[in-house]
Design a protein around this ligand. Structure first.
Ligand code: URA
Length: 269
């Protein structure tokens, strides 16, 4: 809902940009509610009788298209993270891309032992082309640092979709589904010692569950996909945006972070 304080033109423009309307496509406004001008009806060649009806054309047969099979995806053939990034940037099959300014692929160290997978880029991420750089990203950085890691050297961060959904809505199942082969391959190529699903949407998508974050966090899960030699231990974590709204839940996130630290230490030994 647009707020009344937006009588300021700059704030109004910002509101439009946040809603995804960030491109000028014409000089003059188009009134799409205006009724179209009536088309002139051609005069009949002769006065039709009530019985002489024009023959109704038989409807064309609707072709039956077989559902697409889930065969190999081009991303499966990619052998490096850099090549996958180029492929994602060139991909035009996700509707979100048309509203986004930048593709948000990943940040951090792709050889890190822990990979964080969030939900979707927001406005700050869209502007910078990097995941988790806004307010919740700052908290995620502190969470990462609290267990002795850093974004630049010892963590790798991505999302389940690579473009910002307009107005920060949740990505749809279709938008997630078209990104998923890239995300799956991304995880296979990084092959971290530990995966962290940041937020309920990421956990649901990558664990293939309908259970909410409160039910799945605090427990270790196994993430697997065809290109992995062995399953990867995965921990769902409360999303930092949720923790900012509900700071009393931080104690649970802290427990999960300690468990991640312990698992990383064990897997190193
Ligand atoms: N929230 C996410 O889930 N991902 C981002 O990149 C930013 C905010």
């Amino acid at each position: 809902m647009m707020d009344n304080s937006l009588s300021d033109p700059a704030a109004l423009l910002r509101w439009y940009m946040d809603a995804g309307a960030d491109e000028c496509i014409g000089e003059a406004p188009v009134d799409r509610f205006k009724a179209p001008a009536p088309k002139p009806t051609p005069a009949p060649a002769s006065t039709p009788s009530f019985t002489a009806r024009a023959p109704v054309a038989a409807p064309a047969a609707i072709p039956v298209v077989a559902p697409a099979s889930f065969g190999p995806h081009p991303a499966d053939a990619v052998t490096s993270v850099a090549e996958l990034k180029t492929m994602v940037e060139a991909f035009d099959g996700c509707g979100l891309k048309q509203f986004a300014s930048k593709t948000v692929f990943a940040d951090g160290n792709p050889t890190a032992r822990v990979m964080f997978v969030g939900e979707a880029p927001g406005a700050d991420e869209d502007r910078q082309g990097l995941p988790f750089v806004g307010v919740s990203g700052k908290l995620l950085d502190r969470m990462i640092e609290s267990i002795g890691l850093t974004r630049a050297d010892s963590a790798y961060i991505t999302n389940v979709v690579f473009w910002r959904p307009p107005g920060n809505r949740a990505p749809t199942d279709e938008e997630i589904a078209v990104c998923m082969p890239f995300v799956r391959r991304h995880i296979e190529l990084v092959n971290p010692a530990v995966l962290v699903f940041v937020g309920g949407l990421s956990a649901k998508t990558l664990l293939g569950t309908t259970l909410g974050i409160t039910r799945v966090r605090g427990k270790w899960h196994e993430y697997t996909s065809p290109g992995l030699a062995a399953p990867i231990p995965a921990m769902p974590l409360f999303h930092p945006a949720y923790l900012l709204r509900s700071p009393q839940q931080k104690r649970f996130a802290w427990r999960d972070l300690l468990s991640i630290r312990e698992r990383l230490a064990q897997s190193k030994a």
